[in-house]
Design a protein around this ligand. Sequence first.
Ligand SMILES: Cc1ncc(C[n+]2csc(CCOP(=O)(O)OP(=O)(O)O)c2C)c(N)n1
Ligand SMILES: [Mg+2]
Length: 779
Amino acid sequence: MVLATQPEQQTSIELLDEVAQRVLWLATRIVDAANHDRSNPDGIKVGGHQASSASMVSLMTALWFSHLAPHDRVSVKPHASPVLHAINYLLGHLEAEQLTTLRSLGGLQAYPSRTKDTDPVDFSTGSVGLGATAPLFAAATRRYVDAHFGAKPSSRFIALLGDAELDEGNIWEALLDPATAGLGNVLWIVDLNRQSLDRVVPGIKVHSLERAFADVGWLVIEAKYGRRLEAAFAAHGGELLRRRIDEMPNDEYQAIFGLPPEAVREAVCLGDGDLRQALDRYDDADLRSLLGDLGGHDVGAILDALAEADRDPTRPTVLFAYTMKGWGLPFAGDPLNHSAQLSSTQIDDLRVASGVTTANEWDRFDPTSEAGRLCAATRARLDRGPIDPPRPVTLPTSALGTIASGKGTSTQESFGRVLSNLARTDAGERIVTLAPDVSVSTNLGGWINKVGVFAPEALPDRSAGTSVLKWEQSPSGRHIELGISEMNLFSLLGQLGLAWDLSDEVLLPVGTVYDPFVCRGLDAFIYALYNGARFVVAGTPSGVTLAPEGGAHQSSVTASIGLELPGVTFAEPAYAVALDWLLCDGLARVADLDRPAESLYLRLSTRPIDQHPFEEARVRLGEEPLRAAVIAGGYRIRDPEPDGRPRILLAGSGPLLPEVLQAADALGEEGIAAVVVDVTSLDRLYAGWTENRRARIGDVTAMPRLPHVWRLLEPGTPIVTVHDAASHAMAWLGSVHGSPVVPLGVDRFGQSGTIQDLYRIFHLEPDAIVNAALLALGA
Ligand SMILES: Cc1ncc(C[n+]2csc(CCOP(=O)(O)OP(=O)(O)O)c2C)c(N)n1
Ligand SMILES: [Mg+2]
């Protein structure tokens, strides 16, 4: 690793220990105040994690006050949020009043949050495992940014994670992907306290974990024992003690700290006379404290390990730091300490031990003291200075070009074409695509042929001449190919989508995934949005329209997911031009840093459909009004004048539009006027409607903007909704004007068949839509 800035001098260990004790005090008291100093009208426990925080105090103190450089980025394990806030406070990024606001509305968040905390937080954490891998994907993003836009000041991307986070599969998916290999500026520090939430993790897992990291090319280092234990090992007979501790299973080691001091010796020696003799020089209390002298709480050992981590710039490093959950607190090492909190007497004792009083317990260090000067120097050292605002990126409103009229086309095909056409525009250089081994089958081929595949070093194209797909891999490539991990897709999308903040360049990330497998990466999708990331994702193909592929590949719940997720707009256009407009507009929103973050989720299909009905609507409505309506969520593709006939409104999305239009024709022949609404974005319609409702709930006299959906539907006209997705997603349309609704959709698992077969069994074919309309009219 190359350091951007080295701390000018090695800060003395004693001084760092003094700061660590204050950090421990503040972190513990922040949780205590949240639970005891505030009124608690709910009567439920406020909570907070004093033990998990204590475990991290020495590591974080050493990092911030002696090791970090200004451009480094750190992800802090969720339950150490009080430690991060305590450090940020000592560095002057929070006011004392804020320290008593943990877990209150507008206060310090329970888990570090990029978007809700007011002090510096680089990565949100909370769902264990995801915050841990975020810096790895941020480093992959930086590698891409440096290769395309010139090197930024170097950063180290650091994750501080709990040992039980390594149980999460996403960790291993992230490590194994070639896209994250060889990132020499990545450091993971595992807080190895051998405890998870419920228990001491049995056995000794660390060796297999270390081997697993080494196998995938990581440098593995340890901060295992503190200086006192190392000295004891070096003394006469000390080797016996080292072997005994090394071989002791976690639960046995941990149990020692629950014993009275006088029982510790026998628990360690278990009748071994030589070992007992070697330990004779320690009294009972000394022996117990000696046994707890772990590397992750010895600032000197930590700094040595951090220096070692910096030595190899060619590969990522993991540091296993042995720690004690609850270090320095009365319940250190207790298997049930996860949610334990100090009593008020214990808080009083800690206050005294930390050298503060009730009068100055929330104060920063005296600025003239050594510790105060260290805080000021640390703040100055970590100051990033002014940063040039990212260059604005402009997008065209349309990029599809002409499509052969009369020929049916699918939204997936058009998606590939729009991207390809964007390659040569100004925005094109900012677009980076990625796919979990589905580039070809999601139609990224044309784009890849134009822009190439990203690799940190140029690699030979072994498929040259043998395939229509070129696979040129070089640092200038603009497609990142991932292994089949949808979790990695969304994890990387999330970090590419934060490049504007963590790497000072705007990227327009576009991911593709088979729509059913959105669910496979859903947690990382949610995490990316919660972090404020900006990106486009296309779920394609989708629904039972992917007929022969069968039920395992046919998505049905994804429309509801897209509709309900905050921070992303879900859209499901039917026609090529609508897709083009929505995609260009979505990318423009991604690029516009002045707007709140808004990503775009396109649910697409491989079914070619006739484009004429859209062209007719374009002529009837005019280009600009139609474009505005498509982006607002829908337009009337059939709009019969009221003429006294009974009226029905058919609302459909995506590849089912041909069936809906046929049903409208059939209803016309029965003397029923059918309005057909092509719902291009159910999400925009719903958002507009609920925004209107919410404004009126807040103020019953308010006259908020009429939502687009209000005019799209009409009072008194029953509705049939037709969706290649769970029928529930569109059923709410009936509530807009209080109209009867018959929702048609896919509410069972699918199976193989032809499109017609599947539409028939799910009542999505024209005859069924007509029957549903008659039912709605009857109701
Ligand atoms: C995805 C997810 N599952 C479950 C939890 C609940 N949970 C919170 S902490 C924790 C154990 C964490 O243990 P570890 O990572 O070792 O942290 P420690 O508290 O020991 O420092 C669990 C299961 C969570 N936050 N996220
Ligand atoms: Mg743990």
